[in-house]
Design a protein around this ligand. Structure first.
Ligand SMILES: [Zn+2]
Length: 351
């Protein structure tokens, strides 16, 4: 049982951890678990190889990672410009930039957690190239890479893919982290994230997967149940700054972390996964690239709602203890359950 406030050093805000409330009666919405077997190819999937998309464009008959410009971009070269000026106190700006879609594999029926390590590595290499290419475009200040996974986060097409937004502004979360890390470095002479990694290693209870050059853990200050960070040990500004050896370990750690999440409930684990990469328009001392995985579920079929504290107040209330959630993920197999791995051994007891 944990009942306390914990400081989130990257966001410089409080998180309320109150795991004693977790077993309170629940009569709200349960989301159905859409666990069904999928075919490897779906004729009307707009992401499968060779298929037509809604724009009329056709996917290549790709065999590995496939990147294309989003047909319905939220930022793009065709965004209207110049714009009508709003009232003097308001501001606007053309929504220029570039939005892309990255298919992980031609296989419609697999997820990132089910890909062999070599293909996870191939995906990360493709994302390195995207960061370099898009980050070098004039006007681009940041490259946001994210995967929304699962119907509960609004994804109707299960074909494994992520998205890239290359924008003329830096997303607020990244700005916030960049400021926190620069301030910490100036004050302490060490990167903030190195001290986070040091604290997590020294404690050990929240560590999930470790290799020589990368590790994953549920941070002390986690805002979501099962919120997981994947990070290189060395402070690197972006995925593209990792050496080949670091990228290899990073791919292994990411893959095993996702396998453990899937094995927890023996279901495809929904999440929002975001690469926290340095803005591309300037060097930011102390910025430590990492991936954050934000799961929307507290239990199978049970959503964590963002409500008064989060939407209204801007601070998170996490009614699970990071130490307990990490212990659950440590207890499952590192082999995917669809590949013969075991789920949690106390599965019956947990229900
Ligand atoms: Zn597909």
């Amino acid at each position: 049982m944990v009942w306390e406030q914990r400081w989130h050093p990257l966001r410089r805000e409080w998180v309320i951890i109150s795991s004693h409330r977790n077993e309170r009666p629940w009569q709200g919405e349960r989301v159905a678990e859409a666990e069904r077997s999928l075919p490897p190819y779906v004729p009307d999937c707009y992401l499968c190889p060779g298929n037509a998309r809604s724009s009329g464009r056709r996917n290549e008959r790709y065999s590995g990672v496939y990147v294309f410009d989003n047909d319905h971009p939220c930022v793009g070269a065709e965004a209207p410009s110049p714009l009508a000026a709003p009232a003097p106190m308001y501001r606007n700006s053309p929504a220029t930039g570039c939005a892309r879609v990255v298919c992980y594999t031609p296989r419609h029926d697999l997820t990132l957690a089910q890909l062999p390590e070599s293909e996870v590595l191939g995906l990360l290499q493709a994302l390195q190239a995207q960061y370099r290419e898009l980050g070098a475009q004039p006007g681009v200040r940041h490259v946001l890479v994210f995967e929304n996974k699962g119907e509960v986060v609004g994804v109707s097409n299960p074909h494994p893919h992520c998205q890239i937004y290359a924008t003329n502004f830096v997303f607020t979360t990244i700005e916030l982290e960049a400021e926190a890390q620069a301030a910490y470095l100036a004050e302490h002479g060490r990167p903030l994230f190195q001290d986070v990694l040091g604290a997590e290693e020294a404690d050990g209870r929240r560590l999930l997967v470790r290799r020589d050059r990368a590790l994953s853990f549920i941070p002390y200050f986690a805002r979501y149940p099962y919120e997981t960070y994947v990070a290189p040990r060395e402070t690197r500004a972006s995925l593209a700054h990792l050496t080949p050896a670091e990228l290899g370990d990073f791919a292994a750690v990411l893959r095993e972390t996702l396998i453990r999440l899937d094995n927890l409930w023996r279901m495809s684990f929904p999440y929002v996964m975001v690469l926290h990469q340095s803005p591309t328009d300037r060097a930011l001392p102390g910025f430590h690239f990492h991936i954050e995985i934000h799961p929307p579920l507290r239990k199978p079929g049970l959503l964590k709602y963002l409500a008064g504290p989060e939407i209204g107040g801007g601070n998170f209330l996490n009614d699970t203890a990071p130490e307990e959630k990490a212990a659950e993920l440590q207890a499952v197999s590192n082999v995917h359950y669809t590949n013969g791995g075991e789920g949690r051994r106390d599965e019956a007891a947990a229900r």
